[in-house]
Design a protein around this ligand. Structure first.
Ligand code: T1G
Length: 697
């Protein structure tokens, strides 16, 4: 086997180089190669110190995630690292890029560590439903203390080289050529007779008696529903109180539990799904993209100013247009406050804020947009208003400019038809708050050209967002599925389930927020107006009945202090309102719907399977390229729990036969109108197939 690891000698220093693109993951071949080169270096009398370094864009970025879920081949990483740490010649990790997971665990088993200034270091296993399984939970606290170690491992966020040096994780930040600096450093170790220095021999600084209890309380909210953060704390507790060997064996046991869990399978699924969205069958990777330097945004409301902030954060020049001066000023002030908030949180320095504000130009006439490379319309959700905007853009924008609409539901082809250049029109559907939410639905129109699609996927990457290409239909992927989910919630209300009961059930199941609290946050008037514009609503008096009645009464939610819930004195805490329960009871009576006790399982199945049914229809209709794209949309745009992998992955874990049978039961109980199993679900259920396998075909 031609191993991606080589050993060279520079004077008394052995240089072990790993070259396994794209990210030097610790695949089986790399593990074998490290073992072999370490043995060779140990045997070579001319070698007195060893440098471990990587080719390409980064030092080891972790274990090879693709190997999980398959039988692991020997040697396992802990064995490789035990051999490394036991070396009798000083070893130096020379790092650059993103040193993550097994990569950092490898570096911590070297006796010395140095890195270039731009290096990021972390143990992000928690993002994959895992924990560091090669000694990271035992060695990191020995180097940086229990608190820093827990912060790094439970947040999954990397730290920069300067902090790593300050906290004792690395010995030196080096400038210039890394291999040279590392060989010099190793040479000095030899000269100074520095010898080996094993991390495992250290102990963890003692902590206060209530340290772990208060740490558990501190992360309870963000770790809700996840298994691995709690196991990480267990491991660090062992690192503080037990000898290394005991700590490592507990870590191994808990790591295997995580690795074999549905949670980790779900989160690994999302890891690869979020990278697969960039692969679009009829848009080759080398499709030339149009240059985007200046972005114009139409509408300085909440969405428009959020999009402007996202573009400024990405270093783009921004023109913000609103015909109403007051709205324009308010929008610009909102952007200034957003930047100031980032400075206050240390995410941005003052100089960068000032530069961003210089790149923001408020305008109040369309002619000012003539030079823009990309225009994003974010005005009121009305077809006639949007058609008018696009007609004006068509007359002022330069040839080759991309014209995008931020509509969340409306027909992109109809909007494009308001111009003479539909091939340059695309949907870019941001999620609120647009500078925070990672999801961007890229809506392909009938005539959208492939270079406009390629430019839009690159634009998404530039904004550090996940751009998912979807087809044009009402609500595209996310909102179209939301309609089914919301419909079942509305029907369950009429059938006797209290709003707070439905919300608590779905919250406990893992949703970031229950549907009724979400409705009040988004504003019941928004959904109400969109439903009024629609001509294809089901002929069913129960359809969103409760929401329509509340909106009709001016109960829009948080913004009016009352909606499905009450909100006292401007607070965001939802309080159940007996008036609403009475209103719902009366509406049910008027529709001759008997109220009954409804179990949590039924609530979960009806709301979540409504997503799966609509998702299957979306795939049948070609509105999404992959089932995993749908999972990415829901996990990044709708608060679907990552530890369940997304609606389609979740359905696979339940088993499509079971889902199909339940859907058929609902059809028999609640009618064909909403619960006729889509052909795809029926076929896969009968064939014993899965959505995931279908994606691979
Ligand atoms: N294993 C396998 N493939 C990987 C990989 C990995 N660890 N990391 C990246 N790739 C692939 C990825 O799928 C993509 O492939 C290509 O590399 C470029 O990635 C024992 C248990 C390193 C910051 O969690 O966070 O170690 O799509 O598009 O935006 O304790 O990738 O081109 O075919 O993301 O520049 C811990 C995961 C593993 C890091 C680069 N490590 N990777 O980001 O490029 S668990 C991680 C990342 C572990 C041990 C445990 C990012 C990146 P393709 P990319 P990028």
């Amino acid at each position: 086997m031609n191993l991606p690891v080589s050993l060279d000698r520079r004077g008394p220093v052995g240089l072990i180089t790993i070259d396994n693109p794209p990210v030097n993951a610790l695949s089986h071949a790399v593990r074998l190669g490290i073992c072999e080169t370490l043995e060779a270096a140990a045997r070579d009398d001319k070698i007195h110190a060893i440098v471990l370094i990587c080719e390409g864009r980064t030092f080891i970025a972790g274990a090879d995630i693709r190997e999980f879920g398959k039988p692991l081949q020997d040697p396992w990483l802990p064995e490789v690292l035990a051999q490394l740490e036991a070396m009798d010649k000083p070893t130096v990790a020379a790092m650059h890029g993103t040193v993550l997971g097994g990569g950092l665990e490898t570096a911590m088993c070297c006796h010395y560590r140095l890195a270039v200034p731009t290096t990021k270091l972390g143990l992000p296993e928690v993002n994959l439903g895992l924990l560091p399984g090669a000694g990271g939970t035992q060695r990191l606290p020995r180097l940086v203390g229990a608190r820093h170690a827990l912060d790094i491992m439970t947040s999954g966020k990397p730290i920069d080289a300067a902090s790593a040096c300050e906290w004792g994780l690395i010995d030196l930040v080096v400038e210039g050529d890394l291999p040279d600096a590392a060989v010099d450093y190793a040479g000095q170790l030899i000269e100074n007779g520095a010898g080996v220095r094993r991390t495992g021999d250290r102990t963890v600084e003692p902590v206060a008696d209530d340290f772990f209890e208060s740490y558990r309380a501190r992360i309870a909210r963000r770790a809700r529903g996840y298994q691995s953060p709690w196991r990480i704390i267990q491991c660090v507790e062992a690192a503080v109180s037990q000898p290394l060997a005991e700590g490592l064996s507990l870590e191994r046991e808990l790591f295997l539990q995580c690795r074999d869990s549905n949670q980790s399978a779900a989160m690994r699924h999302l890891f690869f799904a979020e990278r697969a969205v960039a692969r679009i069958p009829d848009v080759p990777k080398d499709t030339p993209a149009r240059d985007i330097g200046q972005v114009a945004i139409i509408g300085a409301g909440t969405m428009g100013s959020g999009i402007a902030l996202a573009c400024l954060d990405a270093g783009l020049d921004v023109l913000l247009l609103d015909l109403d001066r007051k709205t324009l000023d308010k929008g610009c002030e909102g952007i200034r406050q957003g930047l100031a908030a980032s400075v206050a949180k240390g995410r941005l320095d003052q100089a960068s804020m000032d530069k961003s504000l210089k790149r923001l130009v408020p305008v109040d006439e369309y002619e000012a947009l003539s030079g823009a490379d990309l225009v994003i319309e974010a005005v009121f959700e009305s077809m006639s208003v949007k058609e008018d905007v696009f007609t004006r853009l068509d007359s002022v924008c330069r040839p080759g400019a991309i014209l995008a609409t931020n509509t969340s539901t409306l027909d992109v082809d109809k909007i494009a038809a308001a111009t003479s250049r539909p091939e340059d029109v695309i949907g870019l559907h941001f999620f609120s708050p647009a500078n925070i939410m990672k999801l961007l639905e890229i809506v392909r129109g009938r005539e959208t050209s492939i270079d406009v699609i390629a430019s839009s996927t690159q634009f998404a990457k530039r904004l550090r967002k996940i751009g998912v290409l979807v087809g044009n239909c009402f609500g595209f992927v996310g909102n179209r599925m939301l309609y089914g989910y919301g419909r079942e919630n509305q029907l369950l209300l009429l059938e006797g389930a209290a709003p707070e009961y439905i919300d608590q059930t779905l919250f406990d199941w893992g949703m970031a927020m229950g549907p009724n609290a979400v409705g009040d946050l988004a504003g019941l008037d928004v959904g109400y107006k969109i439903r009024r514009e629609r001509t294809d609503l089901p002929d069913d008096p129960r359809f969103y009945r409760v929401a329509d009645v509340l909106a009709g009464l001016g109960r829009f939610g948080q913004k009016t202090g009352r909606g499905m819930y009450l909100y006292k004195d401007g607070s965001r805490i939802p309080i159940p309102d007996p008036e609403v329960s009475e209103l719902i009871r009366k509406e049910a009576e008027s529709l001759a719907i008997g109220q009954r006790d409804i179990g949590e399982q039924e609530i979960i199945e009806r709301c979540i399977y409504a997503l799966v049914v609509e998702g299957a229809k979306i795939l049948d209709g070609g509105i999404a390229l992959r089932a995993s794209d749908i999972d990415v949309v829901w996990a990044n745009g709708y608060g679907f729990p990552r530890f369940r992998g997304g609606p389609m992955f979740y359905a696979d874990t339940i088993g499509l036969k079971t889902v199909y049978d339940t859907v058929c039961r609902f059809r028999d109980s609640f009618g064909e109108q909403y619960w006729t199993p889509p052909p795809l679900l029926e076929r896969l259920a009968k064939e014993g197939g899965t959505f995931a396998a279908m994606d691979e075909d």
